[in-house]
Ligand binder design. Structure first.
Ligand code: ATP
Ligand code: MG
Length: 367
């Protein structure tokens, strides 16, 4: 069993840089956990502490039932794949993949069997006799993954393994690693700053910022119910739109007043929002929850917003509209056929059942 758990784990570098701040997380056996967050948030440091490549300043790390704080990296039964996977240039693919096993003095027959099995899984059997310079970027990446697979570790750690690949290859390898997880059934901890990789690959994702774990949940929960404004803005592309404004009460109903427009809150949000009447809040709406009124057959009154369309970008399957209320700019994703006139007013409909509100001071989610 290969659960991994971190209890109150901190890492303070010399010069008092707090790279990881009291992280608590439990990764289940066979789970694919993605650690995601902007550059410098402490993802690699966290992974390196799990691997044993970095001392922990305080707290405990367990792999299985065993506390590994003082267990050297080579005895932790994990394999790590790095962004710079540096294959040995003078060795063939076979030799690169088997290098670690040879160091461990594993019998030759078993080495050959493991390498062949891993090469088969990764579809690189025909490349075993080539050297790294004779491979494409994606093939080299597969070899690096293969080098980890042959060890049959309890836990795989991946640190941005796809960031050296071009966009198309990245998407392809993303699916490959996903399939690999289904096939190998091992625990994987995968670090990326790419929220799309996080959303598409993870059983759960852990969103980090400034060394602090902000939210750990399955991708859809993180997307639909972000814990705070940071998570809401980080997960999703284009990012969630935010506008600052006030909650007001009119005829017993609550409205969000942006300054240039007012929209009516749905009843479900009323209870939580009552405490914010006449106070400033941050309103959040995702681009796909905004519609051009022209294409909405029955737009309920009270959630129509007049804006100016500054630019539109046809994406093929949809169109991004860059809109301006006179106070805030934001983005809507509408149907491929929608081509509003530039620099003219247009009416939008907001799906008010999907909007979010954040506390202006703490930036925590209210509803
Ligand atoms: N050896 C070190 N000494 C001092 N500070 C360090 C050291 N390694 C990392 N840091 C700092 O710790 C913080 C976290 O770094 P880390 O490499 O974990 O970030 P990251 O989330 O992996 O970022 P990226 O997406 O850019 O790889 C950063 O502020 C970094 O500058
Ligand atoms: Mg990193």
């Amino acid at each position: 069993m290969a659960q991994v758990s971190l209890k109150n784990v901190c890492k303070v570098f010399a010069g008092n840089v707090k790279a990881v701040d009291n992280v608590n997380i439990g990764i289940e056996n066979k789970e694919f956990m993605v650690l995601v967050g902007p550059s410098g948030c402490g993802k690699s440091t966290t992974l390196r502490m799990i691997a044993g490549l970095e001392d922990i300043s305080s707290g405990d790390i367990y792999i299985g039932d065993k506390k590994v704080n003082d267990v050297p990296a080579k005895d932790r039964d994990i394999a790590m794949v790095f962004q710079n996977y540096a294959l040995y240039p003078h060795m063939t693919v076979f030799e690169n993949m088997s290098f670690g096993l040879r160091l461990r003095r594993m019998p030759k027959g078993e080495i050959a069997q493991r390498v062949n099995e891993a090469a088969d899984i990764l579809g690189i059997k025909r490349l075993l006799r080539r050297r790294p310079k004779e491979l494409s970027g994606g093939e080299r990446q597969r070899v690096a993954v293969g080098r980890a697979i042959v060890r049959k570790p309890m836990v795989f750690l991946f640190d941005e393994p796809l960031s050296n690949l071009d966009a198309k290859m990245r998407v392809q390898m993303r699916t490959e690693i996903h399939k690999l997880h289904i096939r190998l059934q091992t625990t994987i901890i995968y670090v990326t700053h790419d929220q799309i990789e996080a959303m598409t690959m993870g059983d759960r994702i852990a969103v980090m910022k400034d060394g602090v774990l902000n939210q750990v949940a399955d991708p859809i929960t993180v997307y639909d119910h972000p814990k705070n404004k940071f998570v809401a803005g980080f997960i999703g592309s284009p990012p969630m739109n935010f506008m600052t404004g006030k909650i007001i009460k009119k005829d017993g109903r609550l409205y969000f007043d942006e300054g240039k427009f007012q929209v009516k809150l749905v009843d479900d949000m009323r209870q939580k929002m009552n405490a914010y009447v006449d106070k400033e809040v941050i309103f959040g709406i995702r681009s796909e929850d905004i519609y051009d009124k022209l294409f909405v057959s029955e737009a309920p009154p009270g959630n129509i917003v007049k804006v100016n369309c500054e630019v539109y970008e046809p994406m093929g399957s949809e169109v991004y509209l860059y809109l301006n209320t006179g106070k805030h700019t934001f983005i809507a994703r509408v149907g491929a056929h929608d081509r509003p006139k530039i620099n003219q007013d247009m009416d939008l409909v907001f799906d008010m059942s999907k909007v979010h509100f954040f506390n202006k001071d703490s930036e925590d989610t209210i509803v």
